[in-house]
Design a protein around this ligand. Structure first.
Ligand SMILES: CC(C)(COP(=O)(O)OP(=O)(O)OC[C@H]1O[C@@H](n2cnc3c(N)ncnc32)[C@H](O)[C@@H]1OP(=O)(O)O)[C@@H](O)C(=O)NCCC(=O)NCCS
Length: 152
């Protein structure tokens, strides 16, 4: 985490009134990614997890995940461009995992990331994830996915 990491954005489960801000963030970070309906479904589902980093009404980042028994699958995580490299994403991810472990046993966290997304690969590696496989031409457009796992 960078030396100036005191952004004041607190991580935690999203509130319904924060969905619009999360959808805006998602639309910029992931064109063709999760839309408002996906976010609503995640909030409503027993296995869905939608967490945000907030300061007052400002949302700096979000994480969308799904619990599968004793494992967690991260679907999307993004931090708004002005807030990157300040530890917001790391705190969001760490807080999500801490809360899930506190709620019920958690053995591993899984995700897939674009092979060319060097920022995300470095981010997940810094968070303790290791590459465990590759899905060839997984994404539209033909880019491979790197499968990463953090065993707890
Ligand atoms: C990936 C992402 C969520 C990281 O969020 P962030 O808040 O900027 O990350 P942090 O500041 O918490 O970074 C923690 C550590 O991860 C690594 N890291 C993060 N971004 C990095 C980058 N661009 N290049 C290299 N390492 C990086 C560093 O080790 C960093 O620690 P440091 O700043 O002390 O060196 C953010 O870049 C983002 O939203 N990207 C666009 C969306 C995306 O690609 N999401 C992932 C795929 S779902």
């Amino acid at each position: 985490m960078s030396a100036c990491a005191a952004p004041g954005f607190a991580p935690g489960p999203a509130h319904p009134e924060e969905l619009a801000a999360v959808a805006d963030l998602a639309a910029v970070a992931f064109p063709g990614g999760p839309g408002r309906a996906d976010l609503e479904a995640a909030l409503a589902a027993a296995t869905g997890r939608l967490h945000v980093a907030r300061r007052g009404r400002e949302i700096a980042g979000f994480a969308l995940a799904r619990r599968v028994v004793d494992e967690l699958e991260i679907a999307w995580i993004a931090v708004g461009a002005p807030h990157r490299r300040r530890g917001v994403g790391a705190r969001l991810l760490a807080d999500l995992i801490v809360r899930e472990r506190a709620a019920a046993p958690l053995s591993a966290v899984h995700l897939e990331v674009r092979a060319g997304n060097e920022a995300a690969l470095a981010f997940y590696a810094a968070a303790g994830f290791v590459a465990v496989g590759r899905r060839e031409r997984y994404y539209r457009g033909g880019e491979d996915a790197i499968r990463m796992t953090r065993t707890l």
